[in-house]
Design a protein around this ligand. Structure first.
Ligand SMILES: NC(=O)c1ccc[n+]([C@@H]2O[C@H](COP(=O)([O-])OP(=O)(O)OC[C@H]3O[C@@H](n4cnc5c(N)ncnc54)[C@H](O)[C@@H]3O)[C@@H](O)[C@H]2O)c1
Length: 434
């Protein structure tokens, strides 16, 4: 342990990051900026090749994001898992999706544990960052390492530290977001805390890996439940003819006891629609149900249907049916100003409108074309955003409020606008809120 701690202290420890996506790439860069040598691992050779060319494939982070790291002389990236043994610390940031029955799919976490185990040696630290249910680090990862005859806390160290990345956010970044760290045992916790303190401003040690795992779930469940609450409020208030957005702004003026959440067309992204169900699944093991999570899921999953229904009513008001109407959906990404389409409700809205007989196009300045996903394969390309195009549709559905959109032009040229984001606030036009 002393060896590893001193390598961490003098900055000579080599940090390996596994899974170079939205979470792994910024983390690898943070350690590199702290002056440490980093080695990135990914199964996708296109990502590795792009990095070696100094190219950043996560557009929201800016074109030059990886250039300095790659030029630092303290960077390498590879698909070769046998090189994991070169690293003093290995941090796994691989996906944790849901299976078709909303059960945790830990195949990626298992795969990395097996890869790490191949070259695991004395004095290495392993950290899991993927969002997951409590005890994953201990029950899913650790057995692969113990099978090598190495003892945790003595021969090697194992910890969990949740990622709190929020792609597109400008007021915080990987270095400034406080980092929870919990070890499988006290020594593992101590080593992991020392490592993160090299790159992250504020590290918050917690007593166990399980506390860190559960804290991450609590954060995301809190968001899922509160978004469901405000979505439910929206449905009720819209039926009463009351502007839910103005209501949220009014409630927000209370200086304590209220945090504003905003309604929308449904949940998106790799976290909020998924992570809560990890706890639902694990809770059954201890004989409990997670009623808040399931209720929130039910409300949030119903939002695309609500939007389609409001679109149908709005068209009806114009004397038109959905069947045969031409509809443009603005925004495919699940939130503004990013190109991330994972779990985006826009896909479901488009599919449902098409199912009802509409002819649907989309525009998204960040998503020029769709690609095959786990649940959707739209095979569409983004149409032009222009006055002529806007005027050519029977209805424009605002699904994502990208900053790039000219809402005045939407209000001026679109015949009918169904707005799920309050993007048209204060803009003249034929607008129906949804
Ligand atoms: N995206 C976010 O905003 C966010 C925020 C907080 C937490 N998280 C969590 O972080 C984890 C990673 O999410 P992400 O958004 O970075 O995912 P991502 O899909 O952007 O990146 C994951 C990367 O892992 C790679 N990969 C898959 N299997 C691998 C393997 N066996 N070995 C090496 N690389 C492998 C993929 O090719 C991909 O590049 C998830 O558990 C997620 O819930 C994500």
């Amino acid at each position: 342990m002393a060896d590893l701690l001193s390598k961490i202290a003098d900055g000579t420890a080599v940090v390996g990051v596994i899974g170079l996506g939205y979470v792994g790439l910024p983390l690898m860069r943070a350690f590199n900026q702290a002056g440490m040598k980093v080695v990135g691992f990914d199964v996708d050779p296109r990502k590795i090749e792009a990095l070696h060319r100094g190219e950043n494939y996560l557009k929201h982070l800016g074109e030059d994001y990886v250039k300095n790291m790659v030029a630092s002389g303290k960077f390498d990236a590879t698909t070769d898992v046998m090189r994991m043994g070169e690293c003093d610390a290995l941090i796994s940031c691989v996906p944790t999706p849901l299976g078709v029955h909303l059960e945790p799919d830990l195949a990626y976490v298992e795969a990395t544990a097996l890869d790490i185990a191949k070259t695991l040696r004395k004095g290495q630290l392993v950290v899991l960052e993927s969002s997951t249910y409590p005890r994953t680090t201990r029950e899913v990862m650790q057995p692969h390492f113990e099978a090598k005859g190495l003892k945790c806390g003595v021969d090697y160290y194992l910890a969990y530290s949740p990622e709190r990345e929020d792609p597109g956010r400008k007021d915080h970044n990987t270095q400034t977001i406080p980092k929870l760290v919990g070890g499988i045992d006290a020594r593992s916790g101590e080593v992991a805390v020392a490592l993160y303190r090299k790159a992250i401003k504020q590290v918050v040690p917690v007593s166990t890996a399980e506390v860190a795992e559960a804290a991450k779930l609590l954060e995301n469940i809190y968001r899922a439940v509160n978004i469901a609450l405000v979505n439910e409020m929206k449905i009720v208030l819209q039926a009463m003819g009351i502007d839910v957005w103005e209501v949220v702004e009014a409630a927000k003026t209370k200086p304590f006891g209220f945090q504003a959440f905003y309604p929308g067309p449904g949940l998106g992204g790799h976290c909020i629609p998924i992570d809560p169900y990890y706890l639902t699944w694990k809770a059954r093991e201890v004989g409990h149900t997670t009623r808040f999570i399931e209720l929130a899921g039910e409300v949030n999953r119903g939002m695309p249907d609500y939007v389609v229904n409001r679109t149908m009513l709005a068209l009806n008001g114009e004397g038109k049916a959905i069947k045969g109407s031409r509809i443009l959906v603005l925004g495919l990404a699940y939130k503004p100003d990013v190109d991330d389409v994972r779990e985006s409700p826009s896909f479901e809205i488009i599919e449902k409108l098409e199912h009802l007989g509409a002819e649907v196009d989309y525009n998204d300045p960040h998503v020029p074309a769709t690609h095959k996903m786990r649940h959707h394969d739209l095979q569409m390309t983004s149409v032009e955003f222009s006055p002529e195009k806007l005027a050519g549709y029977d209805c424009v559905v605002v699904a994502t409020n990208h900053a790039a959109y000219d809402w005045t032009a939407v209000g001026k040229h679109a015949k009918l606008i169904v707005d799920t984001r309050n993007a048209m606030r204060g803009v003249k036009g034929n607008v129906v809120q949804a």
